[in-house]
Design a protein around this ligand. Structure first.
Ligand code: UT7
Length: 333
């Protein structure tokens, strides 16, 4: 019997309407459009406005689109994994909230937290459930409402992050396509450089934690940049080498969109030109778990069956990793 592989068979995405442009940020903090574009590649980011809306509301839009494209109903989903650092609530899992809102009555679900590498960890985990033969339809959601944990008086972080969500459907295939190889890594000692100081069990919310702005993203930009630039490039090269892939073989690099300079360094290490790099950082900034599925969502119509994609990410934890997959369908056929 041939090996069961997990293939992405549909993609959905959602970005909120409101555009927070560099120009608007110039009026909020001491920064400039020129500085932001030259240091990060970002021109604007989307922000989810509206009382009572959270990550699950963006996920509902993304998953419903994915189901519609594939022509299946929510109650056919076996498992939904929600990758996020901005869950609706501390508990229960946002996956449970999403499955309830879309009517995925037969699915079980859980949240997975690996910061900016979350979607890759989620795809890797989801693929194993498919490969085991136990489950036929696994949805992996990657999304964040980063605006809920950003200090809009801190120019080092508020210029980077945005809100958005994407989702991928995994189904079994016995053919050549699908997820071929995955490399996931982590190094918890990196947590000192990128984290949220309060709101967890070590330091629950208090008047003091709020006064000290400890519920926002804390990032030592330069330190994170140094690790990101090296590790994302290295893991991408590693997955190519161990699968005997040359830069000519690769149709697209699908990189986490944290900083255009990190993406450029990764592409250079892999030997692929700009035309092979999915890039939408200028429009959405860093949506954390949302960046990679939102790239796939935007490029879906250009992708052809058999295209070779390398997905790569680096994020808080530290976590990083790379996935080699062969695209399984012609979207515009
Ligand atoms: O997705 C999860 C992982 N996260 C990342 O991968 C992010 C990695 N880090 C980065 O992308 C970059 O480090 C940042 C975009 C956060 C910062 O860029 P940088 O080139 O590393 O800038 P820097 O922190 O070295 O700061 C350079 C200068 C400083 O001024 P002085 O000390 O040289 O006078 C900063 O104060 O730029 C200043 N600066 C700003 N100036 C205008 C910092 N932020 C800003 C700003 N506007 N928004």
């Amino acid at each position: 019997m041939s090996k069961i592989r997990a293939a992405i068979t549909s993609i959905g995405g959602y970005v909120p309407e409101y555009r927070l442009t560099n120009k608007i940020l110039e009026g909020m903090v001491d920064t400039s459009d020129d500085w932001i574009i030259s240091r990060t590649g970002i021109k604007e980011r989307r922000i989810l406005k509206g009382e009572g809306l959270g990550t699950s509301d963006m996920a509902v839009e993304a998953v419903n689109e994915l189901l519609k494209k594939r022509g299946i109903k929510a109650d056919e989903i076996d498992l939904l994994i929600c990758c996020t650092v901005t869950p609706d609530l501390v508990f229960p899992a946002t996956a449970n909230i999403i499955t309830d809102k879309i009517g995925a009555t037969k699915a079980f679900g859980f949240d997975l937290m690996a910061a900016c590498s979350g979607f890759l960890y989620g795809l890797t985990t989801g693929a194993r459930y498919i490969e085991s033969g136990l489950y036929k339809k696994v949805v992996v959601v990657g999304g964040d409402k980063m605006s809920s944990i950003i200090d809009y008086t801190d120019r080092q972080t508020c210029i980077i992050f945005g809100d958005g969500c994407g989702a991928a459907l995994l189904e079994p295939t016995e053919g050549e396509n699908g997820i071929i190889d995955t490399i996931m890594k982590s190094d918890g000692s990196g947590r000192v450089h990128l984290h949220q100081k309060a709101g967890g069990s070590v330091k629950p919310a208090s008047h003091e934690t709020i006064d000290n702005k400890e519920h926002f993203v804390y990032q030592e930009g330069q330190a994170v940049f140094k690790f990101a630039v090296t590790n994302m490039a290295e893991v991408s090269a590693e997955i190519m080498e161990r699968n005997n892939l040359t830069s000519e073989d690769v149709t697209y690099l699908v990189p986490h969109q944290a900083n255009k300079r990190i993406i450029d360094a990764t592409a250079k290490r892999m030997g692929v030109g700009d035309e092979k790099v999915m890039l939408n950082i200028e429009k959405y900034g860093n949506t954390t778990n949302g960046t990679i599925p939102l790239c796939l969502w935007e490029w879906e119509n250009k992708l052809k069956e058999g295209d070779i994609l390398i997905l790569s990410a680096f994020g808080g934890g530290f976590t990083w990793g790379s996935i080699y997959l062969k695209w399984a369908y012609n979207s515009n056929s």
